[in-house]
Design a protein around this ligand. Structure first.
Ligand code: GDP
Ligand code: MG
Length: 371
């Protein structure tokens, strides 16, 4: 990584070195005239003065280039399990459907199923593998999307057959449409006397979710999470929708994914659940996750077991981060530890600059208020 001295940078921009030094101070960097600045810091300062450094995006571009280069080492893109989010109005049976699907898991066996909440889990059912993202509420779904992350391939919309389309049903439809994620409908509680699945179909048709038998393309399944009816059919329908989407990933390249949730554990330090979307993640891998870098110390699945690999569509809890990233942050494996660290520190610097900029804007506004 190339560097430039404070003096040189000032000269090239045709401004006083002292101005560069005070700009650096605003970023929390104490610098002297001869101090060597890395490209990102120089770019930030230059941007401050309205200049664009040719290598301004160096780290980001290098990151992309590295990934591209590394992807060439990969293999073939093969079908991957769908990643699913269950949505719907409160009490229509989301939790019950998830529980019913989890019961079909052939791996959980007697060792017990999911032992810890990591925000996502993988189920191997006889009708196919699938992964659920189980972050609380629609907010997580939309927030991740607003951060540019796309983790959900398919939304399962749960609508109680006795209740029909309600406010949160409409919300879920709006979110799914905005994210361009196809919906598989689970018309739930069909065991109830008051169940009226035809009414649900009519109501949903008004929102463009038209069942196949009416000439539309939306898959409808009738379920009773309580009685365990239609669950296999629902899983098969999700697989069918996944086939239509032609979900594929190359498991042989370096891993790339999205942070689903992250927190600071008292004993274990920063911990993040990562949904691997491409490649395979291994212990020892160097990575960047949002503003932080790290080296994978351990990978833990939803059953609390340590694993040696996590491939496409597999969620794992990662230990070995230098800080706590945000949900929706990109997680990228790099061969070079130094590169990972410098990308992270450049991002931290940028984040700090943005923070400072908004802080000074606020104080200016306050100032004007007082005047
Ligand atoms: P959520 O708020 O969408 O997660 O809904 P829950 O899964 O917590 O279910 C709400 C209530 O509906 C609970 O009392 C469930 O037992 C009940 N319930 C869920 N699925 C069914 C079903 O298929 N049939 C019947 N009769 N009740 C159900
Ligand atoms: Mg629930």
């Amino acid at each position: 990584v190339s560097t430039i001295s404070v003096g040189d940078l000032a000269r090239r921009m045709g401004i006083k070195a002292s101005e560069v030094i005070s700009a650096l101070m605003r970023l929390g960097v104490l610098a002297t005239l001869n101090q060597a600045l890395d490209v990102d810091t120089a770019a930030l300062i230059a941007a401050d003065f309205g200049y664009e450094v040719e290598q301004a995006m160096t780290e980001e571009l290098e990151l992309e280039a590295l990934q591209e280069q590394e992807s060439e080492m990969g293999g073939e893109a093969l079908p991957r399990p769908p990643v699913v989010t269950v949505m719907g109005h409160v009490d229509h049976g989301k939790t019950s459907i998830l529980d019913a699907i989890r019961k079909t898991d052939v791996v959980a066996g007697e060792a017990g199923g999911i032992t810890q909440h990591i925000g996502a889990y993988h189920v191997q059912s006889p009708s196919g593998d699938l992964t659920f993202v189980d972050t609380p509420g629609h907010a997580a779904f939309t927030e991740m999307r607003s951060r540019g992350a796309k983790v959900t391939d398919i939304v399962v919309l749960v609508v109680a057959a006795d209740d029909g389309v309600m406010d949160q049903t409409k919300e879920a439809i709006a979110h799914s449409k905005a994210a361009d994620v196809p919906i598989v409908v689970a018309v739930n509680k069909i065991d109830k006397d008051s169940a009226d699945p035809e009414r649900v179909k009519r109501e949903l048709s008004d929102f463009g979710l038209i069942p196949e038998e009416w000439g539309g393309t939306t898959i409808f399944c009738e379920t009773s999470a309580k009685k365990g009816i239609g669950i296999e059919d629902l899983i098969e329908s999700i697989q069918l929708q996944a086939e239509i989407l032609e979900l594929r990933a190359d498991a042989l390249r370096r891993a790339k994914g999205t942070v689903i949730e992250a927190q600071l554990h008292k004993g274990r330090g920063p911990v993040a659940t990562v949904l691997v979307q491409e490649g395979t993640l291994h212990p020892g891998d160097n990575f960047v996750a949002g503003n932080y870098s790290g080296k994978v110390r351990t990978l833990t699945n939803e059953r609390g077991e340590q694993v040696q690999a996590a491939g496409p569509s597999i969620p794992v809890e990662v230990q070995g981060l230098s800080g706590v990233p945000q949900a929706g942050d990109e997680f990228v494996v790099l061969t070079d530890e130094k590169m990972a660290k410098s990308v992270a520190s450049a991002r931290q610097l940028k984040a700090r600059e943005t923070e400072l900029a908004s802080a000074s804007k606020v104080s200016l506004e306050n100032l004007f208020e007082k005047i």
